[in-house]
Design a protein around this ligand. Structure first.
Ligand code: PLP
Length: 490
């Protein structure tokens, strides 16, 4: 695919293409002049950040480039407004415009994902998960507990009864995917609050194939009987059958919560449909808005009618005042995701991940699960004699931005790791096509083949002379052919 045709089909919304470049340039130049008059170092860092993002091959699977329309929406006076509560029911006066913003954001979310209810207030993915967990606890434990005690509200309980109920709330079980097989730390990892507030256990993947083994998940669920079954991942390169996950949850009486933070763009763009679309199957679906969905940094929750009332109490349950300027930007991003171009974009993300995986496979670089069918690949770098940390650093020296990631049963642990995670959403936004991603695989392999671990160190490495410069130059050609925010000048 040529850079031109890709750019016009996947990147023409919200000023990502050249059509709005002059207007966006004017807006940013003016904004930077204002910022400069107060704190020039911040104006300078802002300019440099754009230059750095333009000049690096960004393969971080959780990052993207939001449109100028989304970015500009965040820089307004909505930031100044407190609006605790929900639409039409605020603890502050004069929230009529925030009501509009939140109503538009949630309307787009419901329409886009086909969900009965949406909540746009979480500030991030972690917040969204925390609100979701407490909404599940409120629905499944607190409400029946109150009914049993003949009370309507927690404030009506005696201290002793409240202690009994609190103990129940704090003694529930959660089953999620383990961190080393691709789960997220909010899915019951002990150092995170989710692993402290729940008695947690984790399911992994089949050691032979690397795929989720639904029979094994079902067996564990039958034995452990969790209140919450979590599906979703940060570093699993395959699709999940959410219909099967729901069957497992139903069999053991669990609530199915899906965290689609990574792949929400593929759900929005109808690449994941049927059993692979979590929304019709999960009781509660959480997401970030800034990864493959290409919106502002933030969180979002979708829920069935049963869980909606509790999620709607995210404030004051977990959250304080919503970030109204970010909710406004979520509304703009979700409007973009409802345009037909977004479907082409989402499909390109998946096609490009396939091209990247094929590029590695044909160069004998080992991939966890042998490939991908979503937006990311997990490269096992042990065959290069490297740790993930060494590989990540050598790639960065060569202008390729990735992140190290544990592989299943990782011999190097979660800090040094044995893997590199690479995702396609960001470079697809720039207009990269399948041939470009094959070249990316070639460059990554070139760097790793020319990197040697130093002695027994898991961090130190030596990159063969000339490699970084050679790869930098080749990456520069790809970047120049697929410019970020084409025509935008500061
Ligand atoms: N859930 C998943 C699956 C994630 O991958 C992430 C972030 O990487 C999060 C939640 C947390 O998102 P945030 O960084 O916005 O809190």
């Amino acid at each position: 695919m040529t850079a031109e045709s890709t750019t016009s089909s996947v990147s023409s919304v919200g000023g990502l293409g050249a059509a709005y470049a002059d207007t966006a340039s004017e807006a940013y130049r003016a904004a930077l002049r204002v910022i400069e008059s107060v704190e020039p170092r911040i104006a300078d860092a802002t300019r440099k950040e754009l230059a750095d993002q333009r000049d690096s091959l960004k393969l971080i699977a959780s990052e993207n480039y939001a449109s100028p329309a989304v970015l500009l929406t965040m820089g307004t006076w909505f930031s100044d407004k407190y609006a605790e509560g929900t639409i039409g029911h605020r603890f502050y006066a004069a929230c009529q415009n925030v009501d509009t913003v939140e109503a538009v954001a949630t309307e787009h979310a419901r329409e886009l994902f086909g969900a009965p209810y949406a909540y746009a207030q979480p500030h991030s993915g972690i917040d969204a998960n925390l609100v979701a967990y407490w909404a599940i606890l409120a629905t499944k434990v607190e409400a029946p507990g109150l009914a049993e005690l003949g009370a309507k509200h927690v404030n009506d309980l005696s201290e002793a009864d409240w202690e009994t109920l609190r103990n129940k709330l704090g003694n529930q079980r959660l089953l999620g995917m383990s961190l080393d097989t691709g789960g997220h730390l909010t899915h019951g990892f002990r150092p995170n609050i989710s692993g402290k507030m729940f008695h947690q256990r984790q399911y992994g993947t089949n050691p032979e194939t690397g795929f989720v083994d639904y029979d094994a998940v079902a067996a564990l669920a039958r034995e452990f009987k969790p209140l919450v079954l979590v599906a979703g991942y940060s570093a699993y390169p395959r699709r999940i059958n959410f219909a099967k996950m729901r069957e497992i949850a139903d069999e053991v009486g669990a609530t199915l919560m899906v965290d689609m933070a990574h792949f929400a763009g593929l759900v929005a763009g109808k690449v994941f449909t049927g059993d692979e679309d979590p929304v019709p199957h999960a009781h509660v679906t959480t997401t970030t808005t800034h990864k493959s969905l290409r919106g502002p940094r933030g969180g979002l929750i979708l829920a069935t009618e049963e869980y909606a009332p509790a999620v709607d109490k995210g404030c004051p349950m977990v959250l304080g005042g919503p970030l109204s300027h970010v909710m406004a930007a979520k509304a703009v991003a979700l409007a973009e995701a409802r345009q037909p171009e977004f479907r082409a974009y989402a499909q390109s993300i998946a096609d490009n991940a396939q091209a990247l995986a094929d590029g590695f496979t044909k160069r004998d670089a080992g991939l966890v699960t042998g490939g991908t069918d979503n937006h990311l690949v997990l490269l096992d770098v042990t065959s290069f004699g490297l740790t993930g940390r060494q590989a990540e650093s050598a790639l960065l020296d060569s202008g390729i931005v990735t992140n190290r990631n544990a592989i299943p049963a990782d011999p190097n642990g979660a800090w040094y790791t044995s893997g590199i995670r690479l995702g396609t959403p960001a470079l697809t936004t720039r207009g990269f096509g399948a041939d470009d991603f094959d070249r990316v695989a070639e460059l990554v392999v070139e760097v790793l083949s020319n990197t040697q671990a130093e002695g027994t160190s898991k961090a130190k490495y030596k990159l063969a002379d000339g490699t970084a410069d050679r790869v930098h130059a080749a990456a520069g050609e790809l970047l120049a052919a697929n410019p970020l925010y084409p025509g935008l000048t500061l």
